[in-house]
Write a protein that binds this ligand. Structure first.
Ligand code: 13P
Ligand code: SF4
Length: 372
């Protein structure tokens, strides 16, 4: 049995071991992936009905004094009626500073939980569908983190934003894809040199952050990585990107660091095979900004396909090419115009969190919001 066959989702390894096996890793989801409802495709619903629902949502939003916060992966009609559309870090920041009576977030549960932990007493947090979970968040178990802390006294925990509140409550810092490397660097520079650090749960993002700090002269000796992955991003492999680069030799490439192609893409840049400005790594919102700024007319995008919409809005003159057209998050697609409408109308489904967990989780979340 090879070492990678012995590794299962949620295991915690010294970073050096995790890094050495990164290209063999194939963790897969440990929870059921829901069926994508047909309404997730805007074309499924007649235009007149979509317009009616959008109009009603805008009316209800005013009536309820609600703020709609949407992730870049949700379907375009929902993005169009939202007050804020962006990546996890941006949505956490926008939610935390809002005074609206209702914070409604058609995205996924871990994002709703952040709002619920940070909300002001008069606010209500709503999710259109409580089944919008996350395969990556499901890989992190709070009990295993407690065990690691017991075995590594003084150890510091950085958890990616894609985790549930019980995991965040066990953490010293949270980070998002937009600031993961910066948060790790901050922790390295503000801790004792013998303090172990655990980064969890995304091993590809952990790899990306580890390589960043290595470049800055830090050793990986005290870093540990959890072996977790998002089934959508993990499935974007090096061959997907290589094939699109072959078909579009003049295109720029932008990769989300949760992808299964992260290490291979980093190697292409580090070995000088591809110039640094032609292959870059960004959060979803970073991609939206980048596509506007770069001169290339064609851009290969390695992340969930929903991100094509905000990118195409930001740069309508560019041709966007998904590295993998199959990269679709069925959890994000549980949000539809209809359930967003019903959620605002009936003020359901309220997301509440355990107050004690929320108090503890607020500390790492606030640190994430303030770094980078
Ligand atoms: P960002 O939008 O923060 O880059 O994260 C991507 C993601 O997978 C959210 O679940
Ligand atoms: Fe989770 Fe992956 Fe979906 Fe993002 S794309 S919400 S990480 S399952």
């Amino acid at each position: 049995m090879s070492i990678t066959e012995e590794v299962t989702a949620g295991d915690i390894l010294p970073a050096k071991d995790a890094v050495s096996m990164i290209e063999q890793i194939d963790l897969g989801p440990t929870i059921d992936i829901p069926v994508v409802p047909p309404e997730a495709d805007p074309e499924y619903t007649p235009a007149a009905e979509r317009d009616r629902l959008k109009g009603e949502i805008l009316r209800l939003k005013k009536e309820r004094n609600a703020l709609i916060l949407s992730h870049n992966y949700v379907q375009r009609d929902i993005q169009d009626v939202s007050d804020a559309v962006g990546d996890s870090l941006f949505l956490a920041r926008e939610g935390a500073k809002s005074d609206a009576d209702v914070l409604i977030e058609p995205s996924v549960l871990f994002m709703n939980q952040i709002l619920a932990a940070m909300k002001k007493p008069h606010q209500k947090v709503l999710a259109p569908d409580l089944g919008a979970l996350c395969s990556l968040a499901a890989h992190a178990d709070a009990g295993r983190i407690r065990d690691w802390k017991r075995d590594h006294p003084g150890g510091l925990v950085i958890s990616y934003v894609n985790t549930y509140l019980d995991v965040k409550a066990e953490s010293d810092y949270c980070c998002a894809s937009a600031n993961a490397a910066k948060v790790l660097e901050h922790v390295l520079e503000h801790s004792d040199p013998d303090q172990p650090i655990l980064f969890l749960p995304d091993v590809f993002l952990g790899f990306f952050a580890a390589k960043y700090i290595e470049k800055k002269g830090h050793s990986l000796d005290r870093l540990w990585l959890m072996m977790g992955a998002c089934h959508v991003h993990e499935a974007i492999r090096p061959h997907h990107v290589e094939e699109q680069m072959r078909l579009h030799p003049d295109a720029a490439v932008v990769v989300h660091p949760e992808c299964g192609c992260t290490s291979a893409c980093m190697r292409q840049v580090n070995t000088g095979l591809v110039p640094q400005d032609l292959l870059q790594f960004r959060s979803t919102q970073g991609m939206v900004k980048l596509v506007r700024e770069i001169p290339q007319k064609e851009v290969i995008m390695a992340t969930e396909v929903g991100n094509m919409y905000p990118m195409s809005k930001a740069a309508p003159d560019k041709t966007l090419i998904p590295a993998s057209a199959e990269a679709l998050c069925a959890f994000m697609k549980q949000n539809t115009l209809q359930n967003l409408h019903d959620s605002l109308l009936n003020l359901v489904h309220e997301v509440t969190v355990d107050p004690e967990l929320a108090e503890r989780a607020k500390i790492p979340i606030e640190r994430m919001i303030s770094i980078g």
